[in-house]
Design a protein around this ligand. Structure first.
Ligand code: CA
Ligand code: CA
Length: 208
């Protein structure tokens, strides 16, 4: 009887472990940019630029990581300017939603957001921003110091609250509040203007 009990307990434990591991290791695809790309208020990507900078976003079927296309971001970043290429919810572009709704995601399962970027060793720094549930903007920086596709994993713990700009209605509580509502990419100039082309694809939630 005791043996059966021990066996049952061990079996239940391994079943739990297996369920936990398979549960924990699965990535969640937020977006892989397969929709036709358009801008403006009906856009499928929320993008724009100002203060002298400019950006164009198009679909690329030649250079892609998953599916049939990626997004091609052609930018001219001026030192005082800004650029944003965003996807998610509560954005100006009404069709820029992810494949899943933020409130349907079990955020506790994931510790990082990841994406693929096609670099050209341009040395440009790319800001990856998250807008949290209170509208607060969080930043992670990546340098284009490679060529071709590379997966970048951005642990949530490594994001910092932007101190250069926040939306007027943001709740600036210095806490990364879930659910996150949107992400955006911004090629950042330093003291000198930078122009070039970057491609992005396959944005997922994953483990750090
Ligand atoms: Ca794709
Ligand atoms: Ca917050």
């Amino acid at each position: 009887m005791k043996k059966v009990l021990i066996f049952n307990c061990a079996f239940a434990f391994f079943l739990f472990l297996f369920a936990f591991l398979s549960f924990a290791q699965e990535n969640l695809l937020l977006d892989d940019f397969e929709a036709a790309v358009s801008g403006g208020w009906e856009g499928t990507v929320d993008f724009g630029a100002g203060n002298g900078s400019s950006v164009e976003v198009a679909a690329s079927s030649e250079i892609k990581n998953t599916g049939n296309q990626s997004i091609k971001v052609t930018y001219d970043a001026q030192p005082d300017g800004y650029i944003y290429v965003a996807k998610g919810f509560n954005l100006d572009a009404v069709n820029a939603a992810w494949l899943v709704k933020p409130e349907d995601i079990g955020w506790i399962r994931y510790g990082a957001i990841s994406f693929y970027i096609y670099g050209s060793n341009s040395k440009v720094k790319v800001a990856v921003d998250l807008k949290d549930n209170g509208g607060e903007m969080w930043r992670f920086l990546v340098e284009d110091d490679f060529s071709g596709w590379k997966q970048i994993i951005c642990p949530f713990n490594n994001f910092f609250a932007r101190d250069d700009w926040q939306p007027n209605d943001a709740e600036r509580n210095a806490e990364l509040d879930f659910p996150i509502r949107s992400f955006q990419f911004e090629p950042r100039p330093d003291a000198q203007a930078k122009s070039g082309i970057l491609y992005f694809d396959t944005v997922e939630l994953t483990q750090p």
